[in-house]
Design a binder for this molecule. Structure first.
Ligand code: TRP
Length: 314
């Protein structure tokens, strides 16, 4: 089995508020042995809905990380960190916001129940609107290959894939690539050429997978095209050129029934570990400091590539 790079975060808003928290945690514990995992405290995401109760966030961060460790997340295997301590998340979020169509964001804010209800405050903030894009930045920053999700988060990962594809489309092109692709489109003839362009647009701008498939078979059926031109036109559909930010796959999380882990907060093992961390806050701080440092190293690497292709690498 190939080793995947996995990124996942949980918002520090008090465990009792989070449906599915234990399920996520149990999945993490299972995944950590098989894959390279980055698990983090999504404190900026918590602020999108809890901006008026910072005390909840402040209290929950340590409490939550202690819970992860007592439950069996192993800091020797996993990189554990806090989102706000890796400012590259905010930088990538800003840069991605430049290329993300407003209509994609608006589509999301229509289903607010994805991530809590800002409507309880009667106010839709800019930060809340940006929630799924910040989540995309979290994932793409580490070039994750997989994200563990429950079903209701599916739109978020589809959104992330769309953003990655658009990014690669805009910035991953190689010199001269487009000209050659355009010449190959002419060889399709005007009718099929138009169809190709329409399908490409629906796929790249709207994420329409069916349009992608139709365009692929259109190319494959052409008999007058050279192998090189076919490859070019197929590549052009998906952005062409270099893939700077890979599109992550989602990993549908197991439910309770099929997990081997049981999470028993009354077990002596859990209680003992928890006490050990409560008695020694420095231990937790050093786990987090170490994790943040490791995460930042990867994040900085990605940002270097991104700044370069976006022309802000002075
Ligand atoms: N949206 C997730 C939740 O509702 C939290 C989250 C933020 C997340 N960033 C992420 C999950 C990146 C996976 C990957 O709890």
């Amino acid at each position: 089995m190939a080793i995947e790079r996995i990124v996942s975060g949980i918002r520090p808003i008090g465990n009792s508020h989070l449906g599915g928290y234990d399920e996520v945690l149990k999945n993490w514990i299972e995944l950590q042995h098989e894959h390279e995992c980055f698990f983090f405290v999504a404190d900026w995401h918590a602020l999108t809905t809890h901006y008026d109760s910072p005390e909840i966030i402040e209290e929950s961060v340590l409490e939550m990380v202690i819970d992860w460790l007592a439950a069996g997340v192993d800091p020797a295997q996993v990189t554990i960190f806090i989102q706000s301590k890796v400012p590259e998340h905010a930088e990538l979020y800003t840069l991605l916001s430049m290329i993300t169509p407003l209509s994609w964001m608006e589509k999301f804010s229509a289903h607010k129940d994805q991530q809590g209800k800002p409507s309880s405050k009667g106010l839709l903030t800019y930060g809340f609107l940006g929630y799924p894009l910040l989540q995309s930045a979290d994932i793409l920053l580490y070039r994750a290959t997989q994200v563990p999700l429950c079903k209701n988060q599916l739109p978020n990962i589809e959104f992330t894939r769309d953003v990655a594809r658009r990014f690669n489309h805009l910035y991953g092109k190689e010199k001269g690539y487009e000209v050659r692709a355009e010449e190959a489109i002419k060889k399709l003839g005007s009718k099929k050429g138009h169809l190709y362009r329409d399908l490409k647009k629906s796929y790249q701008e709207g994420g329409d997978e069916q349009a992608l498939e139709s365009a692929q078979s259109l190319i494959e059926e052409q008999q007058n095209l050279s192998h090189g031109d076919k490859e070019r036109l197929l590549g052009f559909l998906e952005g062409g050129g270099k893939i700077i930010l890979p599109e992550p796959e989602f990993h549908l999380m197991k439910n309770n029934d099929s997990l081997e882990n049981t999470l028993d907060r009354n077990s002596s093992d859990y209680k003992q570990k928890k006490q050990q961390y409560l008695d020694n806050p420095d231990l937790i701080r050093s786990v987090m400091a170490h994790g943040c440092e490791k995460a930042r190293k990867v994040a900085k690497d990605t940002m270097r590539d991104i700044r370069e292709v976006m022309g802000i690498n002075f």
